[in-house]
Design a protein around this ligand. Structure first.
Ligand code: URP
Ligand code: ZN
Ligand code: ZN
Length: 527
């Protein structure tokens, strides 16, 4: 049975390889990479036994010098001086960090958005991620005409070439019996454990408070995590019109209409409604001090609120958004917007003390031609920036190299916390016996430089172009296979798996107790 499946998959992947190699040869502006079995230069496929020797093994709770022994894609032993036979491939990691592969909690791969489609398909984006040390991501699947099951099926097709493991969040954009039932099916049968509610993008994804409450209640019953894009979409739309009517049509209008106060308001509203329902809350892409402070306040009161930073919000500021050259400014458009200098530093501090718990990318890439489609109206510029390949390097340099966090914290915020919040720990996010062998080797003494000529995306835009720093991901191992080494990428279509995520993760551990406390606090004369 398994052999039959393997043969079928092998045939399909060969077929897809032909299609893909044609597509990739069309691109001449980005670095190329090699497919297993296709090129003579490729290393042989699966090596079922590996030993990573002498590195500093870093987990979120502890680091030590140790060897890591891998068999058939699973970590079997983490121990000093492991002895192995000749059939084992040994990778030397002396004086380097051996860490769990990065997990990006927030991506949009191959997404149709604002009337366009992102420039890279899933496979290409995932390959780029692997080159940057990220070995799993959780993507946002969008419903089709509000139908969740259709969105899920469409994503499954889109990701059939996946070269790394991925999970899914599903967005909820309308409410009726079918949506409610589909949520249940997706959780119980399809491995979805989080739903996204957009409080912005009026006229497309945005939902109102009534729907948000219904969604929160359903998430609570199912034991899954509600996530919010927190901006007040009504106020954004009102201010966009005012700014546009004043004659401001260029990109300065983007930041002027999507103010931090509107991010703060929506964050606070979502937090209060989550508290009202007594359900955990996950706030995606926290971009402003205003939103971060609302999260800090809620956490202080004991509420289970997870704040997600994204790399663009941490390391960029809005300087380029004010560039008079439209093409330059358009590259940096995302929502909520990249804020003025000061917000990023405050978000870094919040990450270092645990108010913001983890870092994603919100990776959603368009090229400059796509970004220039609606040059006369800032409201229509495609929202989204890159980051899936750059996140691990930028966070190491910005947070660890600068002394704001330690290597163990780095593992926590770029990998382990995502695995814990979304209930896939310790299969992912750890270097422990039983974890999947998704591992990176990072050399803290080497440096990196980001160029749009050498990144692995098809896009000609890279918002981090020219950035350099310390700490280089030299090796990426996914499912026990070396896929990135010596600056060479060796990926195999259809080698990634959809990871089904179970409900009732650790965020739900105190929810029941709070409900009991609430009920026993009621003094109404109820019989
Ligand atoms: O600008 C962004 N963030 N694009 C992706 C969609 C979203 O809001 O997350
Ligand atoms: Zn969003
Ligand atoms: Zn997003």
């Amino acid at each position: 049975m398994a052999e039959q499946r393997f043969k079928t998959l092998h045939f399909i992947s060969l077929l897809l390889l032909c299609i893909l190699s044609f597509q990739i040869s069309e691109s001449n502006q980005t670095s190329e990479f090699c497919y297993e079995g296709e090129s003579a230069g490729c290393r042989s496929p699966t090596t079922s036994k590996n030993l990573i020797k002498g590195g500093i093994v870093v987990n979120a709770h502890h680091q030590e010098v140790a060897d890591v022994y891998i068999e058939d894609g699973i970590i079997v032993l983490v121990q000093c001086k492991i002895k192995v036979g000749d059939d084992v491939i040994v990778i030397d990691a002396t004086r380097k960090y051996v860490m769990p592969g990065g997990i990006d909690p927030h991506t949009h791969l191959g997404m149709e958005f604002m009337g366009s489609e992102t420039i890279d398909d899933c496979f290409r984006d995932q390959a780029a991620a692997l080159a940057g040390g990220t070995t799993m991501h959780i993507d946002f699947a969008l419903p089709i005409n509000g139908i969740l099951s259709a969105g899920f099926e469409a994503y499954t097709k889109k990701a059939r070439m996946a070269c790394m493991d991925y999970g899914l969040h599903m967005a909820v954009t309308k409410w009726d019996e079918v949506v409610s039932r589909d949520m249940e099916i997706l959780v119980k049968e399809k491995g979805i454990n989080s739903f996204k509610f957009f409080l912005a993008y009026k006229g497309s994804f945005m939902i109102n408070d009534e729907l948000l409450l219904k969604g929160f209640k359903k998430c609570k019953t199912l034991g899954v995590v509600p996530t919010v894009h927190a901006e007040n979409g009504d106020a954004v739309a009102e201010r966009q019109k005012r700014i546009f009517d004043l004659g401001i049509t260029g990109l300065e209008g983007h930041g002027l209409s999507r103010l931090p106060i509107l991010e703060g308001e929506a964050t606070s509203r979502a937090i209060r409604l989550a508290s009202f329902v007594n359900v955990p809350l996950y706030v995606v892409h926290v971009m402003s001090i205003d939103a971060m402070e609302e999260i800090a306040k809620a956490q202080k009161s004991g509420q289970e609120v997870v704040g997600e930073a994204v790399v663009s919000g941490l390391v960029l500021d809005d300087y380029a958004l004010w560039d008079p050259d439209f093409t330059t400014a358009a590259k940096y458009v995302m929502s909520p917007p990249i804020r003025e200098a000061g917000h990023g530093k405050a978000l870094q501090a919040a990450l270092s003390i645990g108010i913001l718990k983890l870092v994603g990318t919100d990776h959603c890439t368009f090229n400059s031609a796509q970004k220039a489609l609606d040059i006369d109206d800032f409201r229509k510029i495609l929202n989204g920036v890159n980051g899936i390949e750059e996140r691990k390097h930028l966070i190491w340099d910005t947070m660890v190299e600068s002394g704001q966090i330690f290597a163990i914290d780095y593992v926590r915020v770029t990998s382990t916390e995502c695995a814990r919040v979304f209930n896939i720990y310790p299969r992912k996010g750890a270097i422990l016996a039983v974890s999947d062998a998704d591992i990176i080797i990072l050399n803290p003494n080497a440096s990196f430089k980001i160029l749009s000529s050498s990144h692995h995306s098809r896009s000609d835009i890279n918002v981090y172009k020219g950035r350099k720093g310390k700490g280089n991901v030299e090796v990426t191992i996914v499912g026990g296979k070396v896929v990135w080494e010596n600056g060479e990428l060796k990926v195999e279509p259809d080698s990634g798996r959809y990871i089904e995520i179970p409900p009732f993760g650790h965020l739900f551990s105190s929810i029941g107790k709070a409900d009991v406390a609430y009920l026993s606090s009621l003094h109404a004369p109820v019989h």
